[in-house]
Write a protein of this length. Structure first.
Length: 464
């Protein structure tokens, strides 16, 4: 049996690998570009008020505690930084939204007789994934405008505003028809303007990027949208690698091995969070620079797959040296102070989730519990070279077996191995047969060149 007999759904595998491993690119077929395009700007309009209300639920009027009636709407906005160097999420940005109520009234506006009221306004700060979430109501309408939500994205350095972007979000007309037929919306009468006749919407190029993705949820709706901006961000500080912060991406144990997936922890690596996409590949290889960040291990360029402010995932370069080596991270502020890591020919580790090995059957289903005699695939990294050789950084097109034999034991009993090798970039796959062991949780240990994988990796075995 070879790796091709286990042509499993690799996205299912990714979900098992934990915080670092889940971001690893497993092969060219899955190196998909993120949905990332510049969002068209639109006018701020006359009803923006700087309320400085940092809150996710904007239905409440803090002036009197009243709650605006209407069909519930949850809104998830993902902010992405679009630039010449690629596309990544934008953490730490301030996203503000404001819109009218079911009767078409904005708060804190003299023209609407609502001065001093502060309903349906608020802002949130994007998290590490560039996401903000709001709870509000489905907007009403007012004369001359289609149903919409205003939003503004701003970046700051401390209290100093660096940049901002303003636009509006729109709704599917068929859903709005259903919502506005209900109380309290129907008390306001039939709206006079739809998307097709709204001068602002019609006058915007690529206006489809402003349409919300709406789904029915409980008594209301959920809405999501990706917003692509190109905003000034705070100057990057010098990167700092945490002491003992260079670890195997599967086991989180310190060390480096050529071709293994390595996770680096620290601070100030990047202002954005970015995962490699097909457009970042260089001559079929992973890039050595992503979002302006690069890594050297033993003065050799590592191949970068993921960067964020506090974490980088790389595939270690080829290197015949062993022993202590220096690791550095370089960004626009310069190169970090080096940290020392131990380089060794192999650093075997198995990917786990909550201490259980990532195990997949031949049909792609996740193994919750295996039985003796079952054939399953396990996954790891750091198991050394293959024959034919595959250079680190190369996107793997065809599986290649390991040069050295690997032995598996489950609960101390040898597990036969029918295939052991690379099945994707930096990812080792092992097709094994579960031996005759009693029901229960059993430790899984892989040994190659006399080096054992991390302790505490478990597989649940059921009765025959």
């Amino acid at each position: 049996m070879n790796a091709d007999n286990f042509a499993v759904n690799r996205r299912r595998i990714l979900g098992l690998f934990g915080a670092a491993g889940a971001r690893l690119m497993l092969g060219s077929s899955n190196a998909e570009a993120e949905t990332c395009a510049a969002t068209p700007a639109e006018t701020e309009g006359p009803y923006f008020v700087e309320e400085n209300l940092n809150r996710s639920d904007i239905r409440v009027d803090p002036s009197d505690g009243s709650v605006q009636p209407g069909v519930p709407l949850t809104l998830k906005i993902t902010v992405r930084q679009v630039s010449n160097s690629g596309c990544g999420v934008l953490p730490g940005a301030r996203v503000e939204i404001w819109h009218c109520n079911a009767g078409g009234v904005y708060s804190d506006e003299a023209a609407n007789n609502s001065r001093g009221r502060k309903f349906l306004r608020g802002h949130q700060i994007t998290d590490a994934n560039g996401v903000v979430n709001f709870t509000t109501i489905y907007p009403g309408w007012y004369t001359g405008r289609a149903v919409h939500i205003h939003f503004k994205v701003r970046t700051y350095s401390g209290s100093t505003k660096l940049d901002e972007f303003t636009s509006q979000l729109y709704f599917d007309e068929s859903i709005t028809d259903v919502v506005h037929a209900q109380s309290p919306y129907n008390q306001h009468g039939q709206r006079d303007t739809r998307n097709s006749s709204d001068s602002i919407f019609r006058g915007t190029s690529n206006a489809d990027r402003l349409m919300l993705n709406l789904t029915k949820a409980d008594q209301g709706y959920s809405a999501t949208v990706d917003v692509g901006v190109n905003l000034k961000t705070p100057a990057v500080s010098s990167a700092v690698i945490t002491s003992n912060g260079v670890v195997n991406a599967a086991s989180y144990q310190p060390g480096v091995a050529p071709g293994a997936w390595i996770t680096i922890f620290g601070q100030n690596f990047s202002n954005t969070t970015q995962t490699v996409s097909t457009s970042d590949l260089v001559n079929g290889n992973l890039p050595t620079t992503l979002a302006g960040v690069s890594v050297k291990i033993d003065n050799r360029d590592a191949f970068i797959q993921f960067v964020s402010p506090t974490q980088i995932n790389v595939q270690a370069p080829a290197d015949s040296n062993t022993g202590t080596v220096q690791v550095t991270v370089t960004n626009s502020a310069g190169t970090s102070s080096p940290v020392i890591a131990t380089l060794q020919p192999v650093l075997p580790a198995l990917f786990t989730s909550q201490n259980y090995v990532a195990a997949i059957r031949s049909d792609g289903t996740v193994v919750q519990s295996a039985r003796p005699g079952d054939i399953v695939s396990l996954y790891g990294t750091g198991f050394g070279p293959t024959n034919p050789p595959i250079a680190p950084g190369a996107v793997v097109q065809t599986a290649a077996p390991l040069v050295e034999a690997v032995a598996f034991k489950i609960g101390g009993i040898e597990a036969p191995v029918s295939f052991a090798g690379l099945s994707a970039t930096g990812l080792n796959q092992f097709n094994i047969t579960i031996p005759s062991v009693a029901a229960g949780d059993h430790e899984v240990i892989a040994t190659i060149s006399g080096v054992r994988s991390q302790p505490g990796a478990l597989l649940k075995v059921a009765d025959y």
